[in-house]
Design a protein around this ligand. Structure first.
Ligand SMILES: Cc1cc2nc3c(=O)[nH]c(=O)nc-3n(C[C@H](O)[C@H](O)[C@H](O)COP(=O)(O)OP(=O)(O)OC[C@H]3O[C@@H](n4cnc5c(N)ncnc54)[C@H](O)[C@@H]3O)c2cc1C
Length: 403
């Protein structure tokens, strides 16, 4: 693994320091497991500034509204690291930007890219992901929401659940069964649809944070033009796997973990019991050091993945480790903060704004919200199954109903 930076990468770091000094004060607040609402004017302006300077949508080609730089994984890592270190918002991070845009760039039609990528990266069009159903979560390919084709439209019926952001999203990328006779993985299509389509009903589901961050979504004869299918009918499983690859990287980012380690350390230095800071007390110090060690291991693991990606190698199972270890570790860090805060977080009251401005509330909100991220995007048990079977060559568990 070569950890030295080229002159170009060092120039990018210098440019970032300059950008942060000049524009950092314009960043919207970061963090908190709060409301997760539509981006407001400040967030949209910040996003536009980031795109203009190549600090968001950097490798998205210019013809689709991006900055148009050559894709370079190290550039992306340097930018993320600098923003996390400075405590600045990295821009809009939703499922549209982080999951759908890379998917369309990889397998979308030219017309789909031109229509959707620009408004999505600017934060004007918000997307939600319609995969999970009441009876299909881990075994996603068993999904039952279905569509028939009629007069150039898919006519969709069924139900999705746990759909994050559906209560304010403009669009959904949906998995549904369009080829009922085909084997289960080959009968699914990946369809883009407007949430304004008649026949769609959204019912919010509150989580223990007090916010309704996800929803049930019901489809009754909802009609969507057939050209909104990505890659073609029956190819949805392939497209979903492209999206999933990006979702797993999104859910365990190591520089975000390191930022949380720094915030946690500051907290343990500030909170005192009998006049002694917690960080000076052996049992707290040891808990903190263990977690810091795990976070550093994740940082170097991610650097190894970056090194492999820079050489054009597929990340493979390493990505699964990022999602599994990263989400569990993020939650354990909040658990230590919650223990340190003690009674300070008990009067927890959820706010409706994006960040939770009071520190105790922010840690408590993150602690509750991050538990969900261990499950979302494929639960830890499923990640462990895949690592065991594909990585360690252990026997496959029996598959039920696989045809
Ligand atoms: C915060 C959050 C946000 C989400 N956002 C979205 C979203 O935007 N869009 C969307 O479509 N979905 C979303 N989900 C749903 C998520 O993808 C599913 O919850 C997840 O895939 C698990 O499915 P399930 O809930 O049906 O659980 P199940 O599949 O019923 O699993 C229940 C339990 O059994 C375990 N289990 C299941 N099968 C196995 C197995 N073969 N071996 C070992 N253990 C197993 C699981 O690990 C889990 O502990 C979200 C979930 C959360 C928590």
């Amino acid at each position: 693994m070569d950890l030295t930076l080229s002159d170009r990468h060092r120039a990018l770091q210098a440019g970032l320091r300059d950008f942060i000094a000049r524009h950092g004060h314009r960043s919207p607040p970061v963090g908190g497991g709060g409301g997760r609402v539509r981006p407001d004017r400040r967030v949209l302006d910040w996003q536009a500034l980031l795109i203009e300077h190549g600090l968001a949508a950097r490798a998205v080609p210019r013809q689709y509204g991006g900055y148009g730089a050559d894709p370079d994984v190290l550039d992306a890592a340097i930018i993320t690291e600098a923003f996390n270190r400075a405590g600045l918002s990295p821009g809009i991070q939703g499922q549209g930007i982080r999951m759908l845009v890379p998917t369309l760039l990889e397998v979308g039609t030219e017309a789909q890219r031109r229509r959707w990528i620009g408004p999505t990266i600017r934060g004007e069009t918000i997307w939600c992901q319609g995969y999970s159903e009441p009876e299909s979560g881990s075994d996603l390919a068993s999904l039952r929401t279905h569509a028939r084709v009629e007069d150039g439209h898919f006519v969709i019926n069924g139900q999705k659940i746990w759909t994050s952001s559906a209560h304010y999203a403009d669009m959904m990328f949906l998995l549904c069964r369009t080829e009922p006779e085909a084997p289960k993985h080959e009968g699914i299509s990946y369809i883009l649809l407007s949430m304004d389509t008649p026949g769609i009903e959204v019912r919010p589901l509150p989580t223990m944070t007090g916010h309704a961050t996800f929803n049930e979504v019901f489809f009754t004869e909802a009609r969507v033009p057939v050209e909104n299918v990505v890659l073609g009918r029956g190819k949805g499983w392939q497209v979903a796997n492209v999206t999933l690859k990006h979702e797993r990287m999104l859910l365990g980012d190591a520089s975000k973990l390191m930022h949380r380690v720094h915030r946690l350390r500051a907290l343990l230095e500030r909170v005192e019991v009998d006049g002694v800071a917690l960080i000076r007390r052996p049992q707290w110090r040891e808990r903190f050091l263990r977690l810091q060690g795990e976070a550093l291991a994740m940082k170097y693991h991610q650097m190894r993945l970056l090194g492999e990606a820079a050489k054009g190698e597929e990340p493979g199972l390493g990505v699964l480790i990022v999602k599994y270890v990263g989400t569990v570790l993020a939650w354990k860090l909040t658990a230590l903060a919650v223990d340190a805060l003690g009674d300070a977080g008990l009067p927890y009251e959820p706010h409706d704004d994006v960040g939770e401005d009071d520190e105790a509330t922010g840690w408590y909100a993150d602690h509750m919200y991050d538990l969900g991220l261990i499950i979302g995007g494929g639960s830890s048990n499923i990640q462990k199954n895949i690592i065991a079977e594909r990585g360690l060559g252990m026997p496959r568990e029996p598959r039920v109903g696989t045809s």
